[in-house]
Design a protein around this ligand. Sequence first.
Ligand code: PEP
Ligand code: MG
Length: 599
Amino acid sequence: MVYRKAPKSSGDGPDSSASSSDRPASSGNERRYHGIGSAKGFAIGETYEFVRETIEHETADLSPENIEEEVERFMTALHRSEKELKKIERVTTRKIGRLYSDLFQAQIMLLRDPVLTGNITSRIRAEVKPAHLIIEQEFGKFLEHFLKSDDLFFRERAADLHDIKERIIRNLHIRKLHSWVPEGSIVVSHHLSPADIILLSRSNIKGFATDTGGKTSHISLICKSLNIPIVVGLGNFSQKALSGSRMILDGSEGLVITDPADETVETYIKKREEESKREADDSIMAHRHAFTRCGVRISVCSNIDFKEEIEHLDQTGSEGVGLFRTENLFLDDLKPPKEAAQLEYYREMGEMLTPKPLVIRLFDIGGDKLIYSPVKEPNPNLGWRGVRILIDVPEILDTQLQAVIKANIHGNIDVLIPMISSIEEVMHIKQAIEKHYDHIKSLGHEPLEKPGIGAMIEMPAAVELIDEITRIVDFVSIGTNDLTQYTLAVDRNNLIVQDLFEKFHPAIIRQLHRVITTAQRNRCRVSICGDMGSDPLAAPYLIGCGLREFSIVSSDIPALKATVGKYTVEECEALAAECLKLSGSSAIKARLEAFVKAH
Ligand code: PEP
Ligand code: MG
């Protein structure tokens, strides 16, 4: 058993419809294993343990006359690996778009790295040793460095490096990767690479469970895009899973259940049926505008991380992009993306969305996201992050602002500033936008509208300054993920204190009320973009405080739109007033639950 607390999930998701293999199996051996649910949804099916074949390599030194043959073998393996990766890259582009396929492009670039390949070939010749030993050692140098890093980003990228190494070594032996799995199974493996996920997903896999991996691993992001549930970080679960046995995988709760009892399977089948029905009902409603029962309009936009997600927004009834997290543009390259690349990216997004809005958040690097700092920070979440980096490194800010301003040819782009804690920070970015806008205009660019300026409200300091902030910006967006983290001093990624990460804490509830009402008083638009916006319990409270704009993960939009139609504003206002008087999270949640149940 893996004794790890399950992280809280933000909701459930769909799975494919019930099949005959979903019939309950009699079993008294039910076991539950907790990991990290990093792509939601649940699956019931047969376990398939995916194990890589191990290849016996010759370890003896080469005879001198075989040296050139060995170098040739290495070069052929590189060539084959590149061919395989190109194929995977094409499949990925077709399935989920360019950004993920760029990951494989990066792997291809590494295969072509003349320094790495040059070192390997010259060492084979000089040391008269088999290629696989030298490959292991040369990659090992980088891997050790990556794995020892305190930075999660590098530790996770070590997995990519390991995958390339394994691919080359396998190809020294002209062996194809065994990627066949029974159709519709749940794949369990110690480790899966992004390429494995892409290839295996062609067999209609219902879900994945891995011992390794984290919430931000590429495999998690890819599964989210493919809409396949995955539970990662399961410790040594793969040693216990038995191919052919029945299993339930709950990617929402980060839970896998082996040999589930009849009642458990029944519960999950029911859960899934309810989920499918709810989804079907919600998606009919999703294409209409959302109104409260008394006819007040509620707008619901999407939070997105990649341009490719825009193609799917219409299906969910999304009304635009309320938060585009740009830090993912740094994905495989710690250097900031060039202005031209950003301009093309943003312009394309603005064009795809017009006339719907696109809120581009300036790079929120640092903290728990992409680590940019050259030094190891003792407490990155309280360190060099978001607007602090933008102010200290003007090249990053200037490049991004110029790209955003030039991209705004349809006038539907706004800029959102992350991690605001002072008026000076807002003014700094505001003045930079004015300066760049005036300069770009003076160069005779086509008439461009100046993007609106928004501030993320995600620190208690910003809540304290909300009156001043909402007088100088066009809109504010409440980031409840960080607001909860910083208000309660609870690291949002620390599983040990996960139970204390309570968005219905009275301190948060009161801050939300203060921010929304103050913004309205100052005629400043206000929306929520933290995960709390997706929570059906939170919706009536937020509406009761006066919130009319939500930005949430797209897949949750149909459900939110359906929820808001159940209440009148008056009912929500009375609910909010009651909650504001309560001083405990449990009491607040109980009141919200009772309200939702009564409708
Ligand atoms: C938030 O903090 O609530 C937010 C939306 O931003 P992120 O999750 O990207 O930090
Ligand atoms: Mg945030």
